[in-house]
Design a protein around this ligand. Structure first.
Ligand code: ZN
Length: 86
């Protein structure tokens, strides 16, 4: 489940992954149209939170690619046990 990657940090609407705001929030918050260093504290805080969420999601997505392999190994073990009974 992707909640932060490609999502606006304010409204969670769709946005490009290299920016923190969707177009409508960008238009609504003129104070966020300048550089990050000029943003108000609340926005910088939100951006830091959002960034760590994106990093966490990246880590989860990387694990999900490997997960089917682990699942197959696990199912093999369970199948072996059932076959022995027959
Ligand atoms: Zn937005």
């Amino acid at each position: 489940m992707v909640e932060a990657i490609g999502r606006c940090m304010i409204c969670r609407g769709r946005c490009f992954n290299h920016v923190w705001l969707c177009q409508s929030c960008y238009d609504q918050f003129p104070e966020l149209q300048g550089k990050y260093t000029t943003w108000p504290d609340w926005a910088r805080f939100l951006k830091n939170q959002h960034k760590s969420e994106r990093l966490q999601e990246n880590a989860v997505l990387e694990n999900e690619i490997e997960f089917p392999v682990d699942l197959a190994d696990l199912l093999d073990v369970i199948d072996d046990g059932q076959d022995d009974d027959e």
